[in-house]
Design a protein around this ligand. Structure first.
Ligand SMILES: NC(=O)c1ccc[n+]([C@@H]2O[C@H](COP(=O)([O-])OP(=O)(O)OC[C@H]3O[C@@H](n4cnc5c(N)ncnc54)[C@H](OP(=O)(O)O)[C@@H]3O)[C@@H](O)[C@H]2O)c1
Length: 328
């Protein structure tokens, strides 16, 4: 089968090759891939000397969607439409940038009837993380109609957070560095669009004005610090990413004087019950979402390097779909 292979055994290279695929465990589920998608993690994994990738030779792609070909799992018999993501996929074992993929049952989720395999990869790990973030805020007490800040708003996690918040009856405020995408963000449901530096006021004070009923942050670093300073009393931020920085320098004041909460979001090792809940909630919203509007473009395996470079440069909006059968 054809696959996009990252190879660091000699000089670093990436190429589309014919490879033989083998199950690592007898319980692995074999899936014919309809689509994959590009996530920020793929951009890190596919770089020379990547500190995220854990094998020298690897088929990239941290997620995929398709139809089960062989399986011993009762949850996903042959013919089931599934999404695959998380665990070691595309990082420590072969991933979704291929025509077929083997994955452990824990990383394979049956799709709701309302979500096609194509839409599942418009959603991808990014959209799964967006919905996981919304559910974490709701579990913490977020009330419908709340004003929720979303950072990195034109990215995969950000644009889908805006979209799903709006569809669920919230008022998403989009923070973006992409000035030319304000209209696009409003069309996704943002009630207001602000710059990256406009998250919080009173830079001379420890705490800023209470501006946000909740927040979804995939940027990290100073953005997360500014969010903590400006959350309303008792509010929470769901933090999943580090595109700006993995460092967080802040104070304890938001926690001990406003009772705010920092909710960590991990989509990689999350259990099957949460996976099923997140996909169920995505399925319930699907009729309200224009998935095509969330696609930047669709790419072939051969053109993946260009798309991955664009993700690193931050020049895309929404998601890049990967069609493993598309020829350049
Ligand atoms: N915890 C998890 O399980 C999980 C799951 C999925 C993703 N993530 C993480 O979430 C983050 C976003 O992933 P993604 O797939 O959505 O990435 P993405 O599509 O590349 O989007 C990232 C967005 O962040 C903004 N941005 C880029 N560089 C920035 C900078 N230096 N400072 C501030 N903002 C910047 C840009 O939006 P604007 O131009 O609109 O500002 C960009 O579109 C990544 O760190 C990823 O690893 C974590």
């Amino acid at each position: 089968m054809r696959a996009y292979v990252i190879d660091e055994t000699t000089d670093f290279s990436t190429s589309v090759r014919d490879v033989e695929l083998h199950a690592l465990e007898p319980s692995d589920v074999l899936v014919e891939v309809d689509y994959s998608g590009i996530n920020f993690k793929d951009a890190m994994v596919s770089q020379s000397k990547s500190r995220v990738r854990r094998r020298d030779v690897l088929i990239g792609g941290v997620d995929a969607a398709g139809v089960v070909v062989a399986s011993t799992s009762e949850r996903t018999p042959p013919g089931t439409r599934v999404a695959l993501h998380g665990g070691a996929l595309g990082v420590a074992r072969d991933g979704g940038f291929a025509e077929f993929i083997y994955a452990p049952p824990a990383n394979v989720s049956p799709l709701p009837d309302t979500i096609s395999t194509r839409d599942a990869m418009v959603i991808g790990t990014a959209g799964f993380t967006a919905m996981q973030s919304i559910l974490a805020l709701e579990d913490h007490g977020l009330a419908r109609g709340a004003r929720v800040l979303v950072t990195g708003a034109t990215g995969g996690v950000g644009s889908q957070s805006v979209t799903y918040l709006a569809a669920r009856g919230y008022q998403p405020v989009a923070s973006t560095g992409s000035q030319h995408e304000h209209a696009w963000l409003r069309a996704r449901g943002a009630v207001e669009v602000i710059g990256r530096d406009a998250i919080a006021d009173r830079p001379d004070r420890v705490l800023a004005s209470e501006a946000w009923d909740g927040a979804i942050d995939c940027v990290g670093g100073d953005a997360l610090h500014q969010i903590l300073r400006s959350l309303r009393y008792g509010a929470a931020v769901a933090a999943s990413g580090l595109v700006a920085s993995a460092e967080l320098t802040t104070s304890v004041y938001p926690f001990i004087t406003r009772g705010v909460a920092l909710l960590g979001i991990d989509s990689v090792e999350v259990g099957t019950a949460t996976r099923a809940r997140v996909w169920r909630e995505l399925g319930a919203l699907a009729h309200l979402v224009d998935f095509d509007a969330l696609i930047d473009h669709t790419t072939s395996l051969e053109a993946l390097n260009d798309a991955l470079a664009a993700v690193r440069a931050g020049t895309l909006r929404g998601r890049v779909l990967v069609d493993p059968r598309q020829r350049v």
